[in-house]
Ligand binder design. Structure first.
Ligand code: 13P
Ligand code: ZN
Length: 269
């Protein structure tokens, strides 16, 4: 049996963690990733014998039987590349939905990220919209976080500002971005609130904390967060203004129509 560290999806996951750390989005243990993996893709690498059981402390029944690669709680993205089996794990949600089997990793007896309720509930929400959905990613991208201190926390206003700050935005996330106010993290309440936003969006801001992204691939999800972060950086750099040029609402409409994206028309004036 080949080592799972040679699996293309694991190589990509590890490289993504390193990349996000280097971008300054994942200080210390900040941020987490979960990625749905098909059993058939794991077969060359795993015998599927459960190593131990983890109490999820919430009900994820719609995901029963599904396998996820997940970052560990308290683990540093910086260190994932040096010891993947310590910092990552592969879990399968048990039929009861409230427990998971560890199939690989978390080698020091660790647990999945404390944000697992937000991840798994977001997976449920996104899978209900898109059967090909796979990845949920959370990080503390700096300019996005900064923007939540100085910009109204309203889905429409936040989306419109980001769309105005960079021409590609309305094409990359035409459905917009959801905003949550500051909430206590690491529990099921913020998980439920995040998942409600994920029914309409693939992106959700956690004010004064960070961002959640969801997508079919690591690239898509990373690209969504990267695009928001770039726009937020331009906002932070220009906000002291005066801003004398912007992308107008009629130009945003022209863009969305030229790229044939299904955008939130009610987010424009
Ligand atoms: P974990 O270390 O539990 O993944 O938490 C990090 C984090 O970003 C909390 O929001
Ligand atoms: Zn966080």
């Amino acid at each position: 049996m080949d080592t799972i560290l040679n699996a293309p999806f694991m190589v990509e996951l590890i490289n993504t963690c390193t990349n996000m750390y280097r971008l300054g989005w994942n200080e210390r243990n900040g941020g987490n990733i979960s990625m749905r993996i098909d059993e058939v893709d794991l077969k060359p690498y795993l015998d599927f014998q459960p190593l131990r059981r983890i109490d999820l402390r919430f009900d994820a029944k719609p995901l029963a039987g599904i396998i996820f690669a997940v970052t560990g709680t308290g683990k540093y993205f910086k260190n994932v590349e040096y010891d993947p089996a310590l910092n990552l794990g592969i879990i399968r949600i048990r039929p009861d939905g409230t427990n998971a089997d560890v199939l690989w990793g978390f080698s020091d007896g660790g647990r999945p990220t404390s944000e697992l309720p937000s991840h798994l509930r977001s997976h449920i929400a996104r899978l209900s919209k898109d059967s090909e959905h796979r990845v949920v990613m959370h990080c503390h991208s700096t300019n996005t976080l900064a923007m939540t201190y100085v910009h109204p926390l309203d889905d429409k206003q936040f989306t419109r500002t980001l769309w105005q700050m960079s021409t590609e935005c309305i094409v990359v996330f035409p459905e917009g971005i959801g905003d949550l106010p500051w909430m206590l993290c690491g529990n099921d309440e913020i998980g439920r609130a995040t998942a409600r936003k994920m029914e309409d969006y693939r992106l959700c801001i956690w004010a004064q904390h960070g961002i959640f992204g969801a997508g079919r691939t690591l690239d898509e999800t990373f690209g969504l967060i990267e695009t928001v972060e770039k726009s937020a950086e331009i906002y932070i750099k220009t906000m002291k203004g005066p801003i004398i040029n912007t992308i107008t609402d009629s130009e945003l409409r022209i863009l969305a129509e030229a790229f044939k994206v299904d955008y939130r028309k009610d987010f424009l004036e």
